[in-house]
Design a protein. Sequence first.
Length: 181
Amino acid sequence: IVPELTDAFVKENFGYNNVEEFRILFRDSVEEKQAYENESAMYSSLWTQILEGSTIIAYPDGEVDRLYNESRAMYEYYAEMYGTDYDTFLANYVGVTDEQLKTDAESYVKEDLILYSLIEALGTELTDAEYTEGREYLAAMYGMTAEEFENYYGEDAIRATLNWEDVMKAVAEISNISEVE
């Protein structure tokens, strides 16, 4: 049974004064999310181009191995819990090989090196106020409080996301971008 969309229903269930207000604010919310997703897709495309066009001269000592070993230890633990060996667990549950884990670890370090080099070069270091504002914005988009969002994703992951978005905004501003359908 689909309830009738009336002023009383909207007020009781969504806290809006009437159907018209509900429709306007709901549309605005959907449009804002779509604009955010479109912007994120553009940033992802730019990021791919940056990664493909970048060369890392040297990786920090031990960082790739550290990430690889953390992943391997985690998957070895899960393999033991599932009563299987490491390689079988990777193939059947994760869909990767041990060699791909090593490659992924190198890719993660490369991305971090490039991101933090761009932060420094572009001067886009995230302030505490920007972090708080960004965390609240992202939390609202996911229907969570800022505290719930931070507890779920962690401050480091949120800061990395917000830093990445700031870098990509700066890159987009100085890039020659044309809109493509």
